[in-house]
Write a protein that binds this ligand. Structure first.
Ligand code: FAD
Length: 299
């Protein structure tokens, strides 16, 4: 594994403990090794924007796991930005999970977002049963080393949960298993996040809850998001999609402005860290960062 220059180790819990405003970005690994060089170029472009950390997803079918560690290494040890490696357990048994954890230790990656993962319909792999829920994965990671562990949460409720109350009870179990922080599923109305925070605190969940913001830059994206996550689309956002769906560059500009506005409102209301689902689009991330140039001091 490539390991150049100074290693920028930093637990995300330390970043979140500071009063400084932080913005992090998310990338996904390539499906094929032949696309690795392109994604590494994207990592560099994104790192040049100086986000507070960068996360890298882990393919639901487990097939991209080797690239997740590789990209996390690239983020942290080549581009000197703290890395958060996602790790899912729906398709990976204990043996595979332990293998990935050892690779992360070797690369000095200290931050893991521990997830169950989604099971795609018609998946051509065997569902693993070593861990049923993310909380079981979190217990196991905790036992394997000194990691800062994050978990996912759903301000509108996880699609499989019968009620919000049930989902919150499981969320509390997940945090008690050893989560140091949570990152939310995307939402398009900040009141959803603020209401969720009341419920979270009522359940005595006191770890930081980082809001996840998705810049929607094309109309196809929004249809996919709603069908996958059941997100509520506020009328103000729906009007943008209705008005600009047929004008890609206008839709892109409006989507970026909407995401930046959501971020500004969150910061104005006391949220110090925001995660952007930048999805390998450094151009989009760069435009959002520019709109926040006097609000977010980079680095
Ligand atoms: P869990 O916490 O296990 O919850 C799943 C469901 O089970 C919930 O409905 C919960 O209420 C329920 N539940 C939990 N515990 C119990 C229990 N003890 N008894 C009964 N029910 C229970 N997917 C990927 O494949 N790769 C990624 O990199 C990735 N990154 C993500 C990042 C973020 C920030 C988010 C929000 C999601 C991400 N996902 C990713 C998607 C995620 O894997 C799916 O949403 C998945 O369906 C749930 O994962 P989880 O870790 O939240 O699961």
């Amino acid at each position: 594994m490539q390991n150049l220059g100074q290693v920028k180790k930093m637990k995300i819990s330390e970043l979140l403990g500071s009063e400084k405003i932080g913005i992090s970005c998310e990338l996904f690994p390539p499906k094929l090794g032949s696309q690795l060089a392109n994604v590494k170029d994207v990592v560099k472009e994104m790192a040049d924007l100086k986000p507070s950390y960068m996360s890298i997803t882990y393919g639901a079918t487990g097939g991209t796991s080797e690239y997740t560690v590789d990209i996390a290494n690239e983020i942290q040890n080549v581009n000197h930005i703290p890395a958060l490696a996602h790790l899912t357990c729906a398709s990976s048994g204990k043996e595979k999970v332990h293998e990935v954890i050892e690779e992360l230790k070797e690369a000095h990656i200290e931050n893991i977002l521990a997830l169950r993962g989604d099971i795609p319909e018609n998946a051509d792999f065997t569902l693993q049963r070593d861990y049923k829920y993310a909380s079981e994965l979190i217990y196991d990671i905790k036992a394997q080393g000194d990691f800062c562990i994050g978990g996912a949460c759903y301000p509108e409720g996880h699609p499989e949960a019968k009620t919000m109350e049930e989902d919150l009870i499981h969320l509390k179990d997940k945090v008690d298993a050893g989560c140091d922080f949570l990152t939310t599923q995307m939402f398009f109305d900040n009141n959803i996040y603020y209401n969720f925070m009341y419920k979270v605190l009522q359940k005595n969940i006191t770890v930081p809850v980082i809001p996840g913001i998705m810049p929607v830059t094309n109309s196809g994206q929004i249809k996919k998001i709603i069908s996958l996550s059941g997100n509520m689309v506020p009328p103000r956002f729906k009007a943008i999609v209705d008005r600009f769906a047929d004008n890609p560059s206008a839709m892109r500009q409006a989507g970026i402005a909407y995401a930046a506005e959501q971020i500004i409102d969150l910061i104005a209301n006391g949220v110090n860290h925001i995660h952007i689902y930048t999805m390998n689009k450094p151009g989009v991330a760069g435009e959002i960062f520019n709109l926040l140039s006097e609000i977010y001091v980079r680095g």
